[in-house]
Design a binder for this molecule. Structure first.
Ligand SMILES: [Zn+2]
Length: 104
């Protein structure tokens, strides 16, 4: 942490419209000379509304969660979560099963 920023008022005065939210001297972006790291790019298809095919969904509630270990298309999962989601486009509710991998 760089405590030299501003004039020391940064911590007390967070709500005020000051530099608190934007520490002026904090450098943005990556430090110079950092190496490029290759990340594998994974394609993720969104859940879609069964009524109108939109993928803009808002989770309304988690219905249930079960520890179920399995694999789908070669991708392992250990948790299955049922969620009701409201479609932003048509407003209707869809129920989805999410296959997730939890570390704990
Ligand atoms: Zn819809």
């Amino acid at each position: 942490m760089d405590e030299r920023n501003n004039n020391g008022e940064r911590k007390q005065d967070k709500s005020a419209n000051s530099e608190a939210d934007f520490p002026a001297r904090k450098k943005r972006g990556r430090p110079k000379g950092s190496k490029n790291k290759r990340h594998e790019c994974v394609a993720v298809l969104p859940a879609r509304c069964v009524h109108c095919d939109s993928s803009e969904l808002i989770v309304e509630q988690t219905v249930k969660t079960r520890k179920i270990v399995g694999a789908m298309n070669g991708v392992k999962y250990d948790t299955v979560i049922w969620r009701d989601c409201r479609c932003k486009a048509c407003g209707r509710i869809n129920r989805y099963r999410y296959y997730e991998s939890k570390t704990s």
